[in-house]
Structure formats: structure tokens, C-alpha cells
Design a protein. Structure first.
Length: 330
């Protein structure tokens, strides 16, 4: 087994490692560092205004000449942001949480590759029928917003079989080289890592959030529809905290009946206030009870024990994967 897959040639990368968009924590510096190391860096663009969308892509391009992708959430208004990304020359566009059909032609016409994330086999088949170029199969153990309820071990090979010969990227539960090799063995042509890159030095991760990630174990994560302020009804996986313990003790009620509903728990550097169940994560410059915010992390968090430059993380993943391949061969 080799780490080089047909996906690498399709995307113009050296190793089949993709940095998940990680929402507002994604930065041009992070995406550029991953791409410069031979993987594919991704910029989350949904959460930014159009001028910022353009500036983030331009900044990333100033830092690397390697391919970089952009990510947009179809459940939210993104048409103007997609147009801005394509106008700025984005050649890899990732979409999530919705039918990729309505945006497919715009992406194709711009000469960009279209990646689409799914959490169910039926959604993968639909995306393939819509003409996307790559399927990202996201297992339930993933951090951040999670669309399905099936674990990666079962989901990835089922999606691979259902959409062949389209390439599939495995997401969810992967944080080291062993996970990379396992994903390839399941038929995926690449891996998609978010939690591991939340701890990268280039990520816009508040120190409170970073510390919790580095200290957490796999059973510290909670999946559910709690932090959906700003994205109603969207399920996600985060690290447990007092907010979630109170919510679970109350029987996991929906808004507006959650304990502490409407409490202001944090503010950013501009003074913008964030309520207890807002879907925002702690970012640098924020103050308040940050441990009660959405601390997005997947079940692979127990494998993340150090913060490092993103390029070093990519290199470590490749080294670990090659060592694991050698061990299996022996």
C-alpha cells in the first residue's frame, strides 16, 4: 500500500491529507502551511462577509502557490460567497450540509473541482448523481458539525462501494498515521482531519480551547443539538462542559427551553456578545466564560497531545503512516 493515491494527482497534492475547514478557527496561515507541506489546506468561508472571503483567499495565495480549497455550508446563504471564491480563482470547492446540485454548474463552469461531504450512503449517491468530483464520507465520531449517525468504519467502505469510481475521502476519528492507513485500507483515497489541526499553531484557537483539546480523552465528547444558535437544528460534537451537563440533566431540551438560555457568556475583541448556546467557538481575543462555549472536537481528540506547526503535523502523519505500512508489511 502506498500513500500516493489517484486523489493526489486529481487535487495536485503530494500526500492524501486534507485539513478540514474547522470553521472560524481556519486561517490563511493554517491552510497555506498544510498545502505547502504537500497536503490540501482548506479555508472555511461561510462565516465571513464577502470582502473577508476575498481577502482570506488572496492572503492564502500570497503564502503558498500550492492548491488550497474553500468550504461552504449549503444550509446557509452562500451564493455571493461562492461567486467571490470562484471570481478569486478558487480551484477546489468543498460543500456540506445540503444538495450540491444547485451549485454544481457554477463550480464546474469555473473549472474548479467540487468536493461534497456526506454522512449517509444515500446522500453520497445523490451527490454522485449531481456530478460532484469527490465525496467526503464523514463518520459520526467527527468533531464540529456532524450530518450523519454512522461511524467511519462502516460508512467509508459503504460509500466507496456506492459511488465507485468516484474518489472518497474519509473523515471522522482520524488523528494519526494509523488512522490514515486504516482509511486507505477501507478504500478511501484520502483523509480529512479537523481535530488534529485545531491544535495547530496557525489555527485561530483560543488558548482555553486549545488546552481543553490537548487534555481531553475520547469519552469527553458529546454529540447533540445544543450549540445551534446561528445554525438552527444543526447537530455537532463538542467537548463536555457545565453547559452540556446541565442541558443533558434537563433531558436535552430544544431552544428556547435549555438551561441558561440567553445568558451572555463571552464577548469578542469588538465587544460582540455571544449567548450560551451560540455555535461560535472560542477565538483569540475573546473574554468571558470561554469553557462554556462550543469546544468542537471529535472522538479522535484523545490522540491529540501536542500543539505544533501545521507543516510538522502533516510530516508527522506521513511518517507515522509509512511506519505503520512497514510494520504491516513485515
Amino acid at each position: 500500500m502506498s500513500l500516493t493515491t489517484p486523489l493526489c494527482k486529481l487535487l495536485g497534492i503530494d500526500v492524501p491529507i486534507v485539513q478540514a475547514p474547522i470553521g472560524s478557527a481556519s486561517t490563511p496561515e493554517l491552510a497555506a502551511a498544510v498545502s505547502a507541506a504537500g497536503g490540501l489546506g482548506m479555508l472555511a468561508q461561510t462565516w465571513f462577509e464577502v470582502p473577508q472571503v476575498r481577502e482570506r483567499l488572496r492572503r492564502t495565495r500570497s503564502l503558498t502557490t500550492r492548491p488550497v480549497g474553500v468550504n461552504l455550508v449549503l444550509d446557509l446563504p452562500i451564493q455571493d460567497k461562492l461567486e467571490a471564491c470562484l471570481d478569486e480563482g478558487a480551484k477546489v470547492v468543498s460543500t456540506f450540509w445540503g444538495d450540491p446540485g444547485p451549485v454544481r454548474e457554477a463550480i464546474r463552469s469555473a473549472g474548479a473541482l467540487h468536493l461534497h461531504s456526506v454522512g449517509r450512503v444515500a446522500d453520497a449517491v445523490l451527490a454522485a448523481e449531481r456530478g460532484v468530483d469527490v465525496i467526503v464520507a464523514q463518520g459520526w465520531e467527527a468533531g464540529g458539525h456532524v450530518h450523519g449517525t454512522i461511524g467511519s468504519m462502516a460508512l467509508v467502505p459503504a460509500v466507496v462501494d456506492a459511488v465507485a469510481p468516484l474518489p472518497v475521502i474519509a473523515a471522522g476519528g482520524i488523528a494519526d498515521g494509523r488512522g490514515v492507513v486504516a482509511a486507505l485500507a477501507l478504500g478511501a483515497q484520502g483523509v480529512w482531519l479537523g481535530t488534529r489541526f485545531v491544535a495547530a499553531l496557525e489555527a485561530a484557537t483560543h488558548e482555553v480551547y486549545r488546552r481543553r483539546v490537548l487534555e481531553a480523552s475520547a469519552d469527553d465528547t458529546v454529540h447533540g443539538v445544543a450549540y445551534d444558535g446561528g445554525w438552527p437544528g444543526a447537530a455537532g460534537r463538542t467537548l463536555g462542559n457545565a453547559t452540556l451537563r446541565s442541558w443533558e440533566a434537563a433531558g436535552r431540551p430544544a431552544a428556547p427551553h435549555r438551561p441558561g438560555e440567553g445568558d451572555i457568556i463571552a464577548r469578542d475583541a469588538s465587544g460582540r456578545a455571544f449567548e450560551r448556546y451560540n455555535d461560535m467557538m472560542p477565538l483569540p481575543g475573546m473574554v468571558g466564560d470561554l469553557e462554556e462555549m462550543a469546544l468542537y472536537a471529535g472522538q479522535s481528540v484523545g490522540l491529540v497531545r501536542s500543539s505544533a506547526p501545521a507543516g510538522d503535523i502533516v510530516a508527522q502523519l506521513v511518517q507515522e503512516a509509512n511506519e505503520e505500512l512497514a510494520r504491516l508489511h513485515a
